[in-house]
Design a protein around this ligand. Structure first.
Ligand code: SF4
Length: 451
């Protein structure tokens, strides 16, 4: 045991499988002073909407909020790069006293004239919620004057958890859906889907889109990887929503089910097992066309054949090594546990920022005895269990990277900052290679482990 202690108020959000009855508390606000790994509400909205490449993204708040989320994702665009700017109204003390509405109006006016975006998202941050600027009415006015959708995103940082930010982003997207139509003059299939919760990190949406095209399914829109406002406006013409990052996009899928009667399924594109299942689940939805299932079988078998021999070599080297996982949404953790098993590794710690009861129950089923499950962790808790469980690898994002390196163990970035695609079959191989490179790196001989 280590000398690292857990805060009393946090104990119910940590569970070790096999040592106690399952009673994990989750879905609550972070405890003040616990230094949660979670991002704020605004960041939740920003990461969901960021990849929309032909939209203007204006952060209404102090410059720090914009700097915090500037070019935050490795989300690629095949065309415009407008999303990569982090425009801000740069609110200062005077604006806090006298209000920032005038500044917001002027910023939107100048930016829309300069960049001619297809739409604009205006993010309300903490201070805007406190001073009470009427963001909605400025957006409405600007929308009328400029003839494009100008959408307020109510993401005041303090008003909840990162999940509330996802919800605010979904509400903004929902206002666009139904405003357009796909080009029916060009060749369109009647087997149409939207991909929700796929952000084209390192080109992942392109890999996944390509699979769907190969099996005979048309992708109307990807939300929001490499996405365009016009595609989002036509999303109601799809007959199925395929939701990957379910934590962020289930709200939108539910709204589209209610208004447009479009069913949705939850999938994951990480790991051989889950990406295969995602393709088979979509082909099962279009069972009227048996050719789609045939195409899927062919695609899955040829893709697995291409990567399997190399995965087996990596598995030999990594067999018995231990991994700690800390990610945003728990659904990704399910896939990671399976993907790590495929390359011979054991998961000793797994946690998420935004998991709910069902997610954690599922995690408990998937994990081996002795695995620690943690909701809304902080750096000390992660360090404690990395030490106690003798992990060789941490899988997480930018905030978990320094924890791993300070402990002298490997790290794999599976968050939105990464540049290498980890989705799809090729992504599984990239993942295995990255894990191998970091766990087996000779650098650890010179960086003693603090385990
Ligand atoms: S919205 Fe609030 S919590 Fe989020 S970055 Fe800005 S000031 Fe910080």
């Amino acid at each position: 045991m280590t000398a690292i202690h857990i805060l009393k108020e946090r104990e119910k959000q940590i569970y070790e499988k096999g040592s106690q009855p399952f009673d994990l508390t989750c879905d609550k606000h972070s405890i003040a002073g616990s230094i949660s790994q979670r991002a704020c509400v605004f960041c939740g909205s920003r990461v969901v909407l960021y990849p929309i490449a032909d939209a203007l993204h204006l952060v209404h708040g102090p410059i720090g909020c914009a700097a915090y989320t500037w070019d935050i994702r490795g989300a690629l665009s095949s065309g415009p790069q407008l999303h990569r700017f982090s425009f801000s109204t740069d609110l200062k003390e005077k604006d806090v006293i006298f209000g920032g509405e005038k500044k917001l109006y002027q910023a939107l006016n100048t930016l829309i004239d300069t960049y001619s975006p297809k739409a604009a998202f205006v993010y309300a941050t903490c201070i805007v919620g406190i001073i009470g600027d009427d963001v909605d009415s400025i957006c409405k006015k600007m929308s009328k004057e400029k003839g494009i959708p100008v959408l307020p995103v109510h993401s005041e940082g303090f008003k909840g958890t990162k999940k509330d930010g996802y919800k605010a982003a979904c509400e903004a997207l929902f206002k666009l859906v139904g405003q357009g139509s796909i080009n029916h003059d060009s060749e369109t299939s009647k087997f149409r889907i939207n991909i929700l919760g796929e952000f084209n990190i390192g080109g992942e949406a392109w890999i996944i889109k390509n699979y769907y095209e190969k099996i005979g399914v048309q992708v109307v829109s990807v939300m929001t990887g490499d996405s365009r406002i016009d595609d989002i406006k036509s999303a109601h013409e799809a007959s199925l929503n395929v939701v990957q990052c379910s934590g962020s996009m289930t709200t939108l899928a539910k709204m589209m089910k209610e208004k447009y009667d479009i069913p949705f399924i939850r999938v994951s594109y990480f790991g051989i097992e889950d990406v295969s299942k995602a393709l088979y689940d979509v082909s099962a939805h279009f069972k009227d066309n048996p050719q789609i299932l045939e195409n899927t079988k062919k695609l899955v078998s040829s893709e697995i054949q291409n990567i399997y021999p190399e995965l087996q070599k990596i598995k030999k080297a990594l067999f018995g090594k231990k991994a700690a996982i800390y990610v945003g949404g728990a659904f990704k953790a399910f896939s990671l546990i399976k993907a790590l098993r495929l390359i011979g590794m054991d998961v000793v710690l797994v946690g998420s920022q935004t998991g709910d009861q069902d997610d954690y129950k599922m995690l408990k089923e998937l994990c081996d005895d002795g695995t620690v499950i943690v909701d809304d962790a902080n750096p000390l808790e992660l360090s404690k269990y990395i030490v106690e469980k003798k992990a060789d690898l941490v899988i997480g994002g930018v905030k978990e990277r320094p924890i791993a390196y300070k402990m002298g163990i490997g790290f794999c970035d599976h968050n939105h900052e990464r540049k290498i695609p980890l989705a799809g079959f090729i992504g599984m191989l990239n993942f295995a290679k990255e894990v191998y490179a970091t766990v087996m790196s000779p650098v650890w001989k010179f960086a003693p482990r603090h385990l």
